[in-house]
Design a protein around this ligand. Structure first.
Ligand code: ZN
Length: 179
């Protein structure tokens, strides 16, 4: 089990550095630990700073959620040195949460489609076009790599909600049912 750093930890605010040495065992071990933790908690994404990593990588792992019942299932995908090279002008406001900001949800405006260039764990160059929920995850995780959390993107504090109210008002499910 890996500790996920919580809001207020200065490491969450530190921009990451580009990965050069893909054979670095500390890097690969940290990614493995983050993957395990992401699966354990059923999250849809995690970024290096959340597990104390200083390098530029994140994981996206879309699966359907009560808020996004049509979201695609995908095996966790590790993005090394991700760089969003295209964002649609079209934007969408939706609720986000974060493993580093427990108990709080916020309405965040994001581009609806993005193209992200990245490298695989062995350094191969790839490009991924994503839309909707997956595009939202990519933007959220890439923000982490620049020291930005979703709270920074919320336009008004009235767009914040406790997890319990989010479940009641947005998901319309009792607070004690697992999501
Ligand atoms: Zn997050």
């Amino acid at each position: 089990m890996t500790d996920i750093l919580q809001l207020g930890n200065p490491l969450l605010r530190q921009p990451t550095r580009k990965v050069i040495n893909f054979a670095d065992s500390t890097l690969q071990d940290t990614i493995d630990a983050a993957l395990s933790e992401l699966v354990r908690v059923g999250g849809v994404g995690i970024a290096a700073p959340q597990v104390g990593g200083r390098d530029r990588w994140c994981v996206i792992a879309s699966h359907p959620t009560p808020r996004y019942p049509d979201a695609p299932y995908m095996s966790p995908l590790v993005l090394i040195n991700p760089n969003i090279v295209r964002r649609s002008k079209a934007r969408d406001r939706s609720w986000e949460g974060c493993l580093s900001v427990p108990g709080v949800r916020g309405l965040v405006s994001r581009a609806t489609t993005v193209t992200v260039n990245y490298q695989t764990r062995d350094g191969q160059v790839r490009s991924l076009n994503c839309e909707d929920f997956v595009a939202r995850i990519v933007q959220h995780e890439c923000d982490h790599l620049d020291g930005v959390v979703f709270l920074d993107r919320v336009e008004s504090s009235s767009d914040l909600m406790s997890e319990a109210e989010y479940r009641r008002q947005v998901l319309r499910i009792p607070a004690d049912l697992p999501v």
